[in-house]
Design a protein around this ligand. Sequence first.
Ligand code: TRP
Length: 335
Amino acid sequence: MNKPRVLTGITTTGTPHLGNFVGAIRPAIEASKDSGVESFLFLADYHSLIKCQKPDLVMQSSKEVAAAWLSLGLDPSRTIFYRQSDIPEITELTWILTCCSAKGLMNRAHAYKAAVNVNEEAGEDVDFGITMGLFSYPILMAADILLFSGERIPVGKDQIQHVEMARDIAQRFNHNFSEILTIPEAVVGEEASVLLGLDGRKMSKSYNNIIPLFCSEKQLKKSINRIKTNLLEPGEPKNADDSAVFHLWCAFSDESEISNMRLRFEEGIGWGDAKKMLFEKVNDQLIEPRDKFQRLMDDGSYIETILKEGAVKAREESIELIGKVRKAVGIAALD
Ligand code: TRP
């Protein structure tokens, strides 16, 4: 029996932070160790062009994201790890799907609608600043998924709609041409894996409350010291459950460490001490990956080799599928 295929993409914008680690990277790496599934993971660098048009940043982000995943333990011999732009069949399929996707379906995409809303509220033309890339983004994402017959698609809540659209697009293609495409399903991570940021809201680049994953020890300590706390003095009992310090502690500790810390809060541990313990806990787990990350960043050729090897494996699949799709739509050698 074939193993279910799990596929997900990471948009390469920005430097990964602790929230990405806890919410996405760590669970995905854990899941990729499951020998009962076949796992595909790729850097969605074409997606990054939708948000970022600074070439240096686009390139830097791809390198940092790849280095982060590899240094945190992604094993490229178990996971097919590749870069979207190394797979020309993705853009080929994107066009074919573009031609059979309803414009009305794209009009309903949340990201596009949000951009239109912003324009309306600002009294601008509704199309102001909106590229065709943003508008047809869900079709590129559908191609990413359908080209590799991805069945389970682990995504954040904000991406569920895109997987639903990939389903719609696949069903329409299968109905109009031939039953070639596998219908994917979104798998949404647990709420528990959302990490809080410095201000106690969800850790996110857009809130400017992140703790970087691969900064220096000194910077990490500084960030942790900036986590918002209340004014309770050492010796005064503290409520662990409404503290971002405790919340972060939980994300990096086992059960007995968690109950110990809860006790320390009840006993009135000072914020300075709690933060010091948190720093040591997080830092301990990052020392090795940080070192590896630095080495990978210093010499990009290793990452490049891994990605190229991943692309060779991925293309064994994609070339076969695109062949069927082309034939189904009538793009084939003339005989
Ligand atoms: N759009 C997704 C995000 O921003 C990343 C992504 C691109 C993706 N292609 C994908 C995720 C295919 C799952 C499957 O998070």
